[in-house]
Design a protein around this ligand. Structure first.
Ligand code: HPA
Length: 251
């Protein structure tokens, strides 16, 4: 089964009607994870808003293990994650879409593995290429198809490196400069450990990142929530259409 993990600005898949709600207990949280199951032309699709329905859970407090474990429990084999990011590379302007191919983790203190003491032999998962090439290809095809239909001319980057910071504060200009020197093209707060936990569970994972602002210091001035909100509203509107195309595609 395919799952969509919604980031900031994406809290449902209402285009597909009323979801069936499923509460899934996991070993990683006292309360169950609430999944929405939608019937789409592609079959059942699970939806999980990463920050909760009311966007009340900040990036450093998201229970990534519970979320991924719950998706694995209901039989999810593929995840498309939608993430709002800041643009570091000159091509990742606000409004552009990026399908990252690499990731660097600057976050800290997050429970970032299912591998725990006393569970038998230690497993070192391969993470050379953190994102699924095959799923990314299907996602990109849907992006291009929908962009043509809507005559939407936003920039689409089909590769790039996502740097994951701790948040919830935004970065300093010096931090972004260092990340740029490290090779980061975009910056967000939720890509890790979500991506690696999916890998540990054997779930294919691809990310659709929406740039909602220039990262700190990339252009003069400071970052305001007002500018982010406007870009996010327009961008998520297009992302919804891309998901509609993807979930209606018959392959
Ligand atoms: N930094 C980190 N995370 C983000 C940003 C940013 O500039 N914009 C959206 N998510």
């Amino acid at each position: 089964m395919l799952a969509i993990i919604g980031g900031s600005g994406l809290y449902d898949l209402q285009e597909f009607g009323q979801p069936h709600l499923e509460s899934v207990a996991t070993d990683y949280a006292d309360s169950a994870v609430e999944l929405e199951l939608y019937n789409t032309p592609q079959g059942q699709v699970a939806f999980l808003p990463r920050h909760g329905k009311q966007h009340a859970v900040p990036p450093h407090l998201v229970n990534y293990r519970a979320n991924i474990a719950a998706l694995a429990t209901v039989g999810v084999t593929e995840i498309i994650a939608v993430n709002a990011v800041g643009g570091i590379d000159a091509h990742a302007a606000p409004g552009s879409l990026i399908l990252p191919t690499q990731i660097i983790d600057y976050s800290w203190g997050r429970a970032s593995t299912f591998c725990e003491e006393g569970q038998g032999e230690v497993v070192h998962v391969d993470f050379t290429n953190p994102f699924s090439v095959e799923l990314g290809r299907r996602l990109l095809a849907a992006v291009y198809q929908r962009a043509e239909l809507e005559e939407d001319s936003r920039t689409v980057l089909k590769h790039g490196t996502y740097g994951c910071t701790q948040g919830p504060r935004l970065e300093t200009a010096a931090e972004i400069l260092r990340m740029k020197q490290d090779g980061c093209d975009i910056v967000g707060m939720t890509g890790m450990p979500e991506t690696v936990l999916a890998r540990e569970k054997g779930i294919d994972y691809a990310m659709l990142a929406l740039s909602v602002n220039w990262a700190a210091g990339v252009v003069p001035g400071i970052i305001t929530m007002d500018e982010i909100r406007a870009v996010m509203e327009d961008g998520i509107g297009f992302v919804r259409k891309v998901l509609e195309t993807l979930l209606k595609a018959t392959e």
